[in-house]
Design a protein around this ligand. Structure first.
Ligand code: ADP
Length: 170
């Protein structure tokens, strides 16, 4: 089965898919950017499940590059897959951690049986990853990760992100 990669410009919380990926932080307790939007629109059930994860398996939080699923609450999806992107720094190459976010999210999606998965541009907001490089890693990793997911939809918030991802697909 081949995975189709599609691009959409807009708000990921408006997408209808099996799983919406959240660019979370390791606390799993909410934040700004896409994380804030997902919790606002998805409602309190998502945070309640994140708190239970913190109280059980992830007492120290979710490590960078890993992924874990919760309910999607009121979103038009079955699951939210939370992944923690690396903070970009010019002094250390953390590319493999960013690639790991996509690989691990797809692994969790496969465990769940998700067939359509929406991703934001992980790490490109508060975590400052340069957009072109983030797009290269995101598209390259999805292309090279074996998965039963049929559609990976990148949902890019603005023109700049959309164009960066388009260049990688072109
Ligand atoms: P990170 O901390 O991983 O950098 P951010 O949420 O700050 O996460 O930003 C990741 C990307 O998500 C940025 O490109 C930002 O513009 C984008 N973004 C913010 N809100 C939304 C949204 N509602 N839907 C899709 N993308 C979003």
């Amino acid at each position: 089965m081949t995975t189709t990669i599609t691009l959409v410009q807009g708000d990921i919380t408006r997408e209808s898919v099996d799983a919406i990926v959240n660019a979370a932080n390791s606390s799993l307790l909410g934040g700004g950017g896409v994380d804030g939007a997902i919790h606002r629109r998805g409602g309190p059930e998502i945070l309640a499940e994140c708190r239970r994860l913190r109280a059980s398996h992830y007492g120290k939080g979710l490590p960078t590059g890993k992924a874990v699923a919760t309910t999607a609450g009121n979103l038009d999806a079955r699951w939210v897959i939370h992944t923690v992107g690396p903070v970009h720094t010019p002094t250390e190459d953390r590319s493999d951690l960013l690639a790991s976010c996509y690989r691990e999210s797809l692994r969790v999606a496969d465990e769940l049986g998700a067939r359509t998965v929406a991703f934001p541009a992980v790490s490109t907001g508060a975590y400052r990853w340069p957009m072109d490089d983030a797009a290269r890693i995101a598209v390259g990793t999805v292309r090279h990760t074996p998965t039963a997911v049929e559609e990976v939809r990148f949902v890019l918030f603005d023109d700049r992100a959309y164009e960066a991802f388009s260049r990688q697909l072109g």
